[in-house]
Design a protein around this ligand. Structure first.
Ligand SMILES: NC(=O)C1=CN([C@@H]2O[C@H](COP(=O)(O)OP(=O)(O)OC[C@H]3O[C@@H](n4cnc5c(N)ncnc54)[C@H](OP(=O)(O)O)[C@@H]3O)[C@@H](O)[C@H]2O)C=CC1
Ligand SMILES: O=C(O)CCC(=O)C(=O)O
Length: 413
């Protein structure tokens, strides 16, 4: 099953419960615009390579399209369509005035020099600019993209239109129109959902154990904040090269420094080396997938011992695995809720850029915490009301809001 088909299957479950007419459901399944760009990049050795990039806007009924851009050798249109689809429901669930979009370039950025990466970023952004703008579509970081690349995107757009436009991308460096708290935001949101889920299940966070798959932006901050702010013990962490385990708890601050200096977690001296997929089988209370899609399938779902899974990543659980986990009563906090902290602080960044007035870190953290707590509560209440899992409940809330916008605006007469 492709990623887009997988995304649709979760949506269909909610649509059936809500009794939405098929013609509306079909409109909501399909992306509004898909752009494929093939573009040349001058390499350092003087040769020219052609790369493929994508930008998909899924829905804009509630506002400008919003969503990150990833650089990955396997990225394809099906994946970007699924990720854009999820963004529509994520922004709606958080009640942000945005629609959903996503972009990607099929490239292994680790194989490029800094100059090549910069040229690729500039050319790709120029190519997709026909769809982009602070009132049209506002990109942000995702896998293998970062604040430095967002600065290049902002400059490219500004150069092409003739003046600096800070609000065209979010996730920029804080000293260049970025928002305080954006870098940690997705992990902070994951932490809030873990805290609320533990409260619901009667688990004391200071006694809870956690395993994290992926140690990039989302994985690092999820681990750090669950440890520092909730007192959880992080006993296992992985990245693309391997994993590290310590039953007494890993020192996350030191592990972050080790990862930043060596690029790996499995050589960290404060733990025992494990395989990168071993994190899924750990005897922990909480599991945080924070790497890539399709990490939990019917092959490993029955081996999971965690009571709570907070989906730091988009689409980490296949529909078959989701069924197994639901039957086993594992509380799965769905991606469109669990990792929504990132886009929520991106929204704060966009608002700050448009107003040219910047908020304090305390104000950002407080507002994010209250919005995440509220979204979790609303999702939990909806799940109880309909007798469904949290994923279906989150879709019910999000779809209802987009349907309202479509009907009120009369977009589809
Ligand atoms: N950044 C954000 O604000 C948001 C991100 N997300 C989603 O979260 C996910 C992670 O994003 P982000 O943290 O920004 O990305 P990063 O590129 O910063 O980190 C990805 C991490 O996943 C690791 N990884 C890749 N493959 C595997 C594997 N097979 N096993 C274990 N680890 C693996 C990478 O390892 P290595 O370090 O070795 O390369 C890296 O540590 C993405 O799917 C993204 O869509 C969702 C919402 C917001
Ligand atoms: O910050 C944003 O605008 C989008 C982040 C993103 O791509 C995501 O939530 O998956």
């Amino acid at each position: 099953m492709g990623l887009f088909e997988m995304a649709i299957s979760n949506f269909n479950r909610a649509v059936a419960i809500m009794g939405i007419d098929e013609e509306y459901a079909e409109m909501l399944r399909r992306p509004k615009r898909c752009l494929i760009v093939d573009f040349p990049v001058l390499m350092d050795d003087g040769s020219v390579k052609v790369f493929t990039g994508y930008r998909v806007q899924h829905n804009t009924a509630r506002g400008p399209a919003k969503g990150g851009i990833r650089y990955h050798p396997e990225t394809n249109l099906d994946e970007v369509k699924a990720l854009a689809f999820w963004m529509t429901w994520k922004t709606s669930l958080m009640d942000l005035p945005f629609g959903g979009a996503k972009g990607g370039v099929r490239v292994d950025p680790k194989s490029l020099s800094e100059k090549e990466l910069r040229r690729l970023s500039r050319r790709y952004f120029s190519e997709i600019q026909i769809m982009i703008g602070p009132q049209h579509d506002i990109p942000a970081p995702d896998v293998n993209t970062n604040p430095d690349i967002m600065a290049v995107y902002m400059d490219t757009y500004s150069m092409n239109i003739g003046h600096t436009e800070l609000g065209v991308v979010t996730g920029k460096p804080v000293r260049l129109g970025g928002s305080k708290g954006r870098e940690e935001a997705t992990g902070r949101g994951v932490m809030v959902t873990v805290r609320e889920a533990c409260r619901e299940l009667g688990i004391e966070t200071s006694k809870a154990t956690v395993a994290v798959q992926g140690f990039g932006n989302v994985g690092m901050y999820s681990a750090l904040l669950c440890n520092h702010e909730l007192g959880c013990k992080i006993i296992a962490v992985s990245d693309s090269k391997g994993g590290i385990f310590n039953p007494n708890g890993l020192n996350i601050q030191e592990l972050i420094e080790h990862k930043k200096s060596t690029g790996k977690v499995d050589s960290f001296p404060g733990g025992e080396r494990i395989g990168k997929d071993d994190v899924f089988e750990m005897d922990v209370d909480i599991l945080i997938p924070a790497a890539l899609e399709n990490a939990i399938t019917e092959d490993n779902a029955h081996k999971i011992k965690a009571k709570i899974i907070s989906e730091g990543v988009n689409g980490p659980i296949t529909p078959e695995a989701d069924k197994i986990l639901n039957q086993r009563r594992v509380m799965v906090i769905p991606d469109i809720l669990a990792n929504a902290g990132g886009v929520t602080v991106s929204y704060f960044e966009w608002v700050q850029d448009l107003q040219a007035f910047f908020w304090s870190l305390e104000q950002i953290r407080e507002t994010l915490e209250s919005m995440m707590t509220e979204a979790f509560k609303e999702t939990l209440d909806t799940a109880k009301k309909y007798g469904v899992d949290l994923r279906t409940a989150a879709y019910i809330i999000a779809i209802d809001r987009v349907m309202y916008a479509i009907k009120k605006r009369g977009i589809y007469p």
